[in-house]
Design a protein around this ligand. Structure first.
Ligand code: ADP
Length: 268
């Protein structure tokens, strides 16, 4: 492009020399900036439970004569440690997904089997809140996806649908084949009749560490990374994730993935 400054890096791999040509310098700088932002946010998020654990440990020391108080603080330490573990797990999951091109491990994947498996993995959580989990739409669909990543994305969406709803809510997973501009896609939509999101919050839910409902997210062990992971998975497959929501009425998150290997449309 005229006027664009190219940032060209050379990476040596053993005897082979691989040339990595980044886009323009602006894009390289933006990528570095967003990596720095992520590190800052992650550090801030990790500091919260670490700080709480230090204070609680001091409280345990100060309450040595009172077994009930010790038990109380120990329980809190354990829950903050669990929170720390969840954050580390999600940060790791995000960086693994970012570092591995999804399409390299993608294959024709049976959507029904992945949805069934995801529902099974969320059943205990659903039972605890008396939420009904059902499936509707077309069956027998196939997507071109990494099966494990597809499972993670559906589980994250179902867990949110359960957690951001009142007890006895209804969560429905709907699968549908869609053709858009000549490309075949499969839509996997997870709908709930839960608390919903304001338009401003809906626009931000895919941001890393963003929580619209901070108190509930914290209480349920949320990290603010679940939807960022889903977005990373969608985009890694050339697909999309979108949200429709209305406060008090509920939300529908739709994951759209390619039905066939990109570039081989219509041949499956
Ligand atoms: P968290 O770990 O906090 O659930 P997510 O990235 O999965 O993080 O979601 C980000 C935020 O989006 C949540 O904290 C919550 O406020 C909001 N959210 C996600 N899913 C739903 C939903 N189905 N209904 C209402 N709000 C939701």
């Amino acid at each position: 492009r005229p006027g664009a400054q190219l940032a060209i890096r050379t990476v040596a791999l053993g005897d082979e020399r691989v040339f990595v040509v980044a886009d323009d310098r602006g894009q390289a700088l933006r990528a570095a900036e967003s990596a720095r932002d992520f590190m800052m946010n992650a550090t801030h998020e990790l500091k919260t439970p670490i700080g709480a654990i230090s204070l609680l440990a001091e409280a345990v020391e100060g309450a040595a004569d009172d077994p009930d108080a010790v038990a109380h603080f120990a329980g809190k330490i354990s829950s903050e440690a669990g929170r720390l573990a969840a954050l580390v797990r999600q940060i790791l999951a995000l960086s693994i997904i970012q570092g591995r091109p999804a399409l390299a491990s993608a294959l024709p994947t049976d959507v029904d089997a992945r949805v069934r498996d995801a529902i099974e993995r969320c059943q205990t959580l659903a039972d605890g809140r008396e939420v009904s989990l059902t499936v509707s739409g077309q069956s027998g669909l196939t997507v071109f996806a990494d099966p494990e990543q597809l499972g993670t994305a559906i589980v994250n969406l179902i867990q949110n649908a359960i957690q951001y709803s009142e007890v006895k809510a209804r969560v429905v997973v709907t699968t549908k084949a869609v053709t858009d501009e000549g490309v075949d896609w499969v839509d996997i939509a997870v709908s709930d009749n839960g608390i919903g999101l304001s338009p401003d919050d809906a626009a931000r839910v895919f941001e890393r560490f963003f929580r619209a409902d901070y108190a509930r997210s914290r209480a349920t062990g949320g990290t603010g990374l679940g939807l960022s992971i889903v977005q990373e998975i969608a985009e890694g497959h050339g697909g999309t994730i979108s949200v429709w929501s209305k406060p008090g009425a509920g939300s529908t998150f739709t994951l759209r993935l390619p039905a066939t290997k990109p570039g081989e449309e219509g041949q499956a």
